[in-house]
Design a protein around this ligand. Structure first.
Ligand code: GDP
Length: 356
C-alpha cells in the first residue's frame, strides 16, 4: 500500500512505485487519501479503518511519518508500517557496497528508529498494551539501550574504516589499477550492467583490491586490469536524515578514476534530461571533473534508432557523445569496454562522437 495525499504529479507516484519495487516489495494496491487526513493516523480515520480490513502485509506511506503516526497505524492495522525514509533505507541497505556506507546506513536506521522506540517505551511505561510489537517495558528499554550503545560503536568504527579506506586507495593507486564506478538513478540498470561486465570476464577473483567492497570486482580489459564498482546511485527528494548515508556512497564516486553515468534511455526525454542534469549537478558539487565521466545510455533495446539519435541532442549540453547499450541483451557492451580501455590508457580525448 502506498499512502494517502497522493502527490499532484502522477510521475512522483510512479517514481515512488519504482523505489518501493527496488526495495524489494510487491505492491498489491495503491490507496489515495482525497479528503482531510487525521494527523494522528496520517490517513483519514474512515480510510484508515477501511485499509485495516484489507489484505496486505505492509503499509507503505509515500511521505515520512512521525513516530506517533507509525505507532497508531501499526496498532490499528496490526501490521508493519513503513514510510518513505525506510523504503530508501532498505534500498541503501540492499545496495551498499563499502563498509563505510554500510555502517553509515546502519547509523541512519538507528537514528531513525530511536524516536519510534522511545514512543513505544513511553507508552509501555504508562502501562499501555503495545499492539503488534507486543514487547513489555523491560524488553523495549533493553532494546533502546542497545541502540544507543550501537550508535557510539558505529561512530568509532567509522573512524577506523575511513582510515583503512584511505590506505586502500593509496595501495590501488600505487599499483596503477584504475577504479571505475557505475552510477546513475535507481532502475537505470546499473546492477544489470555490472553483472554483465563482470559475468563475461574471466578474471573475477578480485584480489587484492576487491576485498573491501561488496560490489567491486577486478576486470581484465585486454591485459589491462581495472576495478569495477557498482554504487547505490542517485535518488530524488532524499529525506534529510539520509543525506549523510548518501554522502558516504558518493565518496566511492569521488575516489574513482572513471565514472560510468548510466541513464535509462527508454524514459521520456524530459526525464532523461532532468536526471542527467541532476546527476551532473551532484557530481559537480562534490568536485568530480566532467572528463572523468562516460555517459552511458542504457535500455536501447526498448527504443528505436531514431530516439537514440535524438538523445544526442538532448544530452549535447553536457556531453558530446555517449555509449548506447543494452545491459540486458549485451548490445554495446564490447564498445563500452573499448571506450573504457582507451580512456584508461589516456587516449580518449582524441576520439570524437562520430568515430564512436
Ligand atoms: P539499478 O537500480 O540501476 O541497479 O537497475 P537494475 O540493474 O536493477 O535494473 C532495473 C530494471 O531494469 C530491471 O528490471 C532490469 O532487468 C531492467 N533493465 C536493466 N537493463 C536493461 C536493458 O538494457 N533493457 C531493458 N529492457 N531492461 C533493462
Amino acid at each position: 500500500y502506498v499512502g494517502p495525499k497522493t502527490p499532484n504529479l502522477a510521475y512522483k507516484l510512479e517514481e515512488f512505485t519504482s523505489l518501493v519495487e527496488a526495495a524489494g516489495f510487491d505492491i498489491v494496491d495503491v490507496v489515495t487519501q482525497f479528503g482531510r487526513a487525521d494527523t494522528r493516523f496520517y490517513l483519514g480515520s474512515g480510510k484508515a479503518k477501511e485499509v485495516a480490513e484489507r489484505d496486505f502485509d505492509i503499509f507503505i506511506a509515500y511521505h515520512s511519518l512521525t513516530p506517533l503516526q507509525v505507532f497508531n497505524l501499526e496498532k490499528l492495522f496490526k501490521r508493519s508500517v513503513i514510510d518513505r525514509i525506510l523504503v530508501i533505507l532498505t534500498i541503501f541497505e540492499k545496495r551498499a557496497g563499502s563498509i563505510e556506507s554500510k555502517l553509515q546506513i546502519e547509523l541512519a536506521r538507528l537514528r531513525y528508529e530511536l524516536p519510534k522506540v522511545k514512543e513505544y517505551l513511553r507508552r509501555a511505561k504508562m502501562g499501555e498494551q503495545l499492539g503488534f510489537m507486543g514487547a513489555g517495558e523491560y524488553i523495549v528499554d533493553a532494546y533502546y539501550r542497545h541502540m544507543v550503545r550501537r550508535i557510539s560503536t558505529i561512530k568509532r568504527k567509522l573512524e577506523e574504516v575511513r582510515r583503512s579506506r584511505a590506505m586502500y586507495i593509496l595501495k590501488r593507486r600505487e599499483a596503477g589499477v584504475p577504479e571505475v564506478v557505475i552510477t546513475g538513478y535507481t532502475s537505470a540498470g546499473k546492477t544489470t550492467l555490472f553483472n554483465k561486465m563482470v559475468g563475461e570476464n574471466k578474471l573475477v577473483d578480485g584480489k587484492p583490491f576487491a576485498t573491501l567492497e561488496t560490489y567491486s570486482r577486478a576486470l581484465d580489459l585486454w591485459g589491462r586490469r581495472i576495478v569495477l564498482t557498482d554504487t547505490i546511485g542517485f535518488i530524488d527528494d532524499l529525506p534529510p536524515v539520509l543525506i549523510e548515508s548518501f554522502h558516504s556512497t558518493l565518496q566511492e564516486i569521488i575516489d574513482a578514476d572513471i565514472i560510468l553515468l548510466v541513464l535509462d534511455g527508454s524514459e521520456p526525454e524530459e526525464e532523461v534530461l532532468r536526471k542527467l542534469e541532476t546527476s551532473v549537478e551532484t557530481l559537480g558539487e562534490v568536485g568530480v571533473s566532467r572528463d572523468k565521466v562516460i555517459l552511458v545510455i542504457n535500455k536501447v533495446d526498448k527504443i528505436g534508432v531514431q530516439k537514440i539519435r535524438h538523445l544526442r541532442n538532448v544530452v549535447s549540453k553536457y556531453f558530446e557523445w555517449f555509449v548506447p547499450i543494452s545491459a540486458l541483451t549485451g548490445f554495446g557492451i564490447e564498445t563500452l569496454k573499448t571506450v573504457l580501455f582507451l580512456k584508461v590508457n589516456g587516449r580518449m580525448s582524441t576520439y570524437s562522437t562520430k568515430e564512436l
